[in-house]
Design a protein around this ligand. Structure first.
Ligand SMILES: *[C@@H]1O[C@H](CO)[C@@H](O)[C@H](O)[C@H]1NC(C)=O
Ligand SMILES: *[C@@H]1O[C@H](CO)[C@@H](O)[C@H](O)[C@H]1NC(C)=O
Ligand SMILES: *[C@@H]1O[C@H](CO)[C@@H](O)[C@H](O)[C@H]1NC(C)=O
Ligand SMILES: *[C@@H]1O[C@H](CO)[C@@H](O)[C@H](O)[C@H]1NC(C)=O
Ligand SMILES: *[C@@H]1O[C@H](CO)[C@@H](O)[C@H](O)[C@H]1NC(C)=O
Ligand SMILES: *[C@@H]1O[C@H](CO)[C@@H](O)[C@H](O)[C@H]1NC(C)=O
Ligand SMILES: *[C@@H]1O[C@H](CO)[C@@H](O)[C@H](O)[C@H]1NC(C)=O
Ligand SMILES: *[C@@H]1O[C@H](CO)[C@@H](O)[C@H](O)[C@H]1NC(C)=O
Ligand SMILES: *[C@@H]1O[C@H](CO)[C@@H](O)[C@H](O)[C@H]1NC(C)=O
Ligand SMILES: *[C@@H]1O[C@H](CO)[C@@H](O)[C@H](O)[C@H]1NC(C)=O
Ligand SMILES: *[C@@H]1O[C@H](CO)[C@@H](O)[C@H](O)[C@H]1NC(C)=O
Ligand SMILES: *[C@@H]1O[C@H](CO)[C@@H](O)[C@H](O)[C@H]1NC(C)=O
Length: 688
């Protein structure tokens, strides 16, 4: 099944014929369901003067296999923008002392007025917020945040300071929880002020005391299993980002976040919904999240390339919800998106199991997750995000992808679970928000690389696999390394040590999403000098000793200038090593000319990257292969440009990467499996 195959039957022709058949049946027998009616009206609309791409029908025009109806422009049962959500239980004692809001606020003003450095100002004001959060009611904290935000105009993801901190989607009550827990002795203020306000310098990456987490690496952990010669097919989908508020015909090349919405405008061109410079095609565009027809078409396109029944299982590496601002999100909206998305996946994939992982957009507020021990003794029951873990795990159970006990475990462990597939592979799905820079709850006890316990859970699962000689895949959403802008160094330093401890014998592959791009991450052994007494310097890696691959799957959403895409893997049936990868994509820059989304074969990894022709067909596309590819990239600029173009799924707006410096940076990113390693690469926005 490697490589492109000619389309079995053009989908548009099929739909055309189908619509006539349905229409005939309906006329003859006068029967009709809502779904059939939608089919007919949509296909008929294509025959009058409006191009199909701008057909204003507010439900999906392409078939849905009996899954839920998907809506455009917030119609149907899509929750409104201004839905309110419950707020978390306060951590403060709620018995205000005599000290007032003004007392604290005036201290902040005095600090802002002082001649101290911006870092000192930020750390001092955060310390005052900490003291206030310990003694004052939550409303005082949110009021202070709104006043400080209005005064200093620090960056927010909402229309106003009030709607950001206390109104719809208000994040102030969560910040009050965070402030109450912060402590300067663990570097929390500096970390917060670096990652959120870019005022302080970057905190140093801690060294890892591995003995605290696992036993020393035994010799057998370095044994590489022999390929079996047989393969199974596995589908990797990521970053679906369905936009049920997508407005057909609105401005698709806009100046703000998010385009293809009724309010989107292009300020440079002075255009908006009434005179869009690029009218939003109902099939999607480069700067917009996935409209219903594009999202659904990803599944509809598959029979052109392979049989869905030939897939053993699929992995979905997270992110369901659209990229709305904080004050447009609500618990109702998150639940709506999660509910319809998994219903679509189930309807389209039928009996093919899907193993999902939780993405940073699959929570409210976006990326927020609290460690269970934030309320000591509550055993996770009072976690402010339990509602989400319980809801998601119930959907996964209902769809038959994981067992009841795995779902129960996931509801208590931030959505994490481990499941053995019918083929014998252990899939370990972890919540990577605990290393994501946008989860504010990562900024207390900052020097603890595993405050949530999620990495201890991973170790426990890997130890059990090792004891059973079972191979494992780790799936997560936020990548652990690459350019260092997403992954916090301390938790991903520990993650790197875990990967190195259980590779290559136990870990057969690591799979992420998040960047929307088709990317790679290589994990290596450490240099002997990485050990300083009992502490590990996780930046001291040996690039001649590759161990394991991280595959970052391309997104369904085109957002940030990409095309839509997904990947099919051929996987060794016994070792679960990756033997082949094909990527399929939809070139959304052409979406205005489509009558339904057009999907194409993009590339086959072995064909494209085996540049010397020396890698045997029977050898997996493992870390050794990809490390060889990085050496080729350093001496072969056209290979760099190939990688660069494939990253965006061959988007027409791919940024140039024609210099050696850009190539060296890409290679550095590919060789970075932790935040600290990625951070050490040549600066991201450097001139190329
Ligand atoms: C989408 O909704 C907006 C109101 O939010 C409305 O003005 C616009 O006409 C709607 N677009 C379509 C295609 O129905
Ligand atoms: C939400 O918006 C609708 C109109 O779009 C309005 O009628 C309603 O009062 C608003 N609700 C809140 C809580 O602001
Ligand atoms: C801050 O400085 C401004 C003028 O620079 C002054 O008007 C204001 O009173 C000062 N505020 C405090 C709290 O010191
Ligand atoms: C400190 O912050 C102020 C306000 O944001 C900014 O104008 C100024 O340039 C900053 N100073 C430095 C040295 O970064
Ligand atoms: C901060 O942490 C230190 C060391 O763990 C501890 O002694 C101190 O009590 C903590 N301070 C606060 C305010 O929690
Ligand atoms: C989008 O608009 C910008 C101006 O804001 C313009 O420079 C750019 O060429 C446009 N891009 C496309 C793909 O239309
Ligand atoms: C687009 O329409 C808006 C609203 O009607 C108007 O203000 C603007 O001037 C128009 N822009 C152009 C380029 O015609
Ligand atoms: C999920 O969707 C189903 C229909 O597909 C509906 O019956 C159910 O109420 C929804 N649940 C939630 C919590 O939204
Ligand atoms: C902070 O992390 C340390 C381990 O680094 C742990 O011993 C301590 O209990 C944690 N503190 C809190 C308040 O959770
Ligand atoms: C070794 O660890 C000690 C602390 O245990 C630290 O002071 C020292 O800088 C480290 N040395 C190196 C080379 O990292
Ligand atoms: C990759 O596969 C080749 C060929 O089977 C093998 O020699 C090499 O050791 C493998 N590398 C890793 C890291 O598994
Ligand atoms: C191709 O050969 C060169 C020179 O031996 C080597 O550096 C590079 O890693 C090889 N690339 C691949 C993909 O095998």
């Amino acid at each position: 099944m490697a490589g492109p195959s000619p389309a079995k039957f053009p989908i548009s022709l099929l739909l055309f014929l189908l619509s006539f058949t349905i229409l005939t049946i309906m006329l003859l027998r006068n029967v009709g369901s809502l779904v059939l009616l939608q089919y007919v009206t949509s296909t008929l609309a294509a025959t009058n003067s409006t191009p199909e791409a701008l057909n204003p029908q507010l439900t999906n025009a392409i078939g849905d296999n009996g899954g839920p109806v998907l809506y455009y422009n917030g119609s149907g049962d899509v929750p409104p923008y201004n839905e309110t959500s419950p707020i978390p239980t306060p951590l403060t004692p709620l018995n205000p002392s005599n000290e007032t809001e003004d007392y604290y606020y005036n201290q902040i003003l005095a600090i802002i007025n002082s001649t101290e450095s911006n870092c000192t100002k930020c750390m001092s004001t955060t310390n005052i917020m900490h003291e206030a959060a310990l003694t004052q009611p939550v409303s005082v904290i949110t009021d202070m945040l709104i006043r400080a935000c209005s005064l200093t105009h620090f960056p927010i993801y909402a229309t106003t300071c009030t709607s950001e901190f206390s109104g719809i989607g208000g994040i102030g009550p969560y910040w009050a929880q965070l402030y109450a827990k912060m402590n300067g002795s663990t570097g929390d203020y500096q970390a917060w002020c670096y990652y959120n306000y870019d005022t302080c310098s970057v905190p140093p990456t801690i060294e890892i005391d591995e003995s605290f987490y696992f036993s020393p690496k035994p010799v057998k952990a370095s044994i590489i299993p022999e390929p079996s010669g047989e393969t199974i097919n596995v589908l990797h989908i990521s970053d679906w980002h369905l936009d049920p508020r997508y407005d057909i015909g609105s401005e698709a090349n806009c100046s703000q976040y998010l385009c293809c919405r009724p309010y989107s405008t292009n300020t440079a061109l002075d255009t908006g919904v009434s005179n869009a410079s690029v009218p939003a095609s109902r099939f999607g565009y480069l700067y917009c999240d996935s409209p219903p027809d594009l999202a659904l078409s990803s599944f509809k396109s598959m029979p052109q390339f392979f049989d869905i029944e030939d897939i053993s299982f699929a992995i979905f590496t997270g992110d369901i919800v659209s990229h709305d601002n904080d004050d447009q999100l609500s618990r109702a909206y998150i639940e709506y998106e999660e509910n319809v998305t998994y219903a679509v996946f189930k309807a389209e994939m039928g009996n093919v199991p899907i193993y999902p992982t939780l993405g940073n957009h699959d929570s409210l507020p976006e990326a927020y997750n609290t460690p269970n021990n934030i309320f000591p003794g509550a055993g996770g029951k009072d976690n402010a995000f339990s509602w989400n873990y319980e809801f998601l795990s119930s959907l996964w159970l209902q769809d038959g992808w994981i067992t009841a006990s795995e779902a129960h475990g996931a509801s208590l462990h931030y959505g994490a679970y481990a499941h053995t597939t019918a083929q014998g592979l252990r899939i370990i799905s972890i919540n990577t928000d605990f290393w994501y820079v946008d989860n504010v709850f990562n900024y207390f006890n900052f020097t603890n690389p595993d405050q949530s316990g999620i990495l201890k859970y991973l170790v426990k699962e890997l130890e059990a696999c090792e004891a059973r000689s079972q191979r494992a895949w780790i799936i997560g959403h936020v990548l652990s390394g690459y350019d260092g802008t997403n992954a916090l160094p301390n938790p991903t330093a520990l993650f790197y040590s875990i990967v190195r401890r259980f590779s290559p014998a136990t870990i057969a592959g690591i799979f992420f999403g998040h960047t929307h791009e088709d990317q790679l991450q290589i994990f290596y052994d450490y240099l002997p000098t990485s050990l300083n007494g009992t502490l590990r310097n996780t930046n001291a890696i040996d690039i001649s000793a590759p161990l394991t691959m991280g595959f970052i799957g391309p997104s369904i959403t085109p957002l940030t200038g990409n095309n839509a895409g997904y990947q099919l893997y051929q996987v060794d049936a016994k070792t679960f090593e990756i033997m082949g990868i094909q990527t399929y994509f939809a070139n959304v820059s052409e979406s205005l000319t489509w009558t339904s989304p057009v999907w194409e074969f993009e590339y086959d990894a072995r064909t494209t990257y085996n540049v010397n022709g020396t890698w045997p067909k029977t050898s997996p596309l493992n870390a050794t292969f990809w490390n060889d590819v990085t050496y080729s990239m350093l001496s072969n600029q056209s290979l760099v440009e190939t990688y660069n173009l494939l990253e965006t799924k061959s988007s027409v707006v791919t940024k140039n990467c024609s210099t050696k410096a850009c190539g060296a940076q890409k290679v550095c990113y590919i060789r970075s499996g932790s935040g600290g390693q990625g951070y050490a690469c040549p600066y991201k926005d450097g001139p190329f």
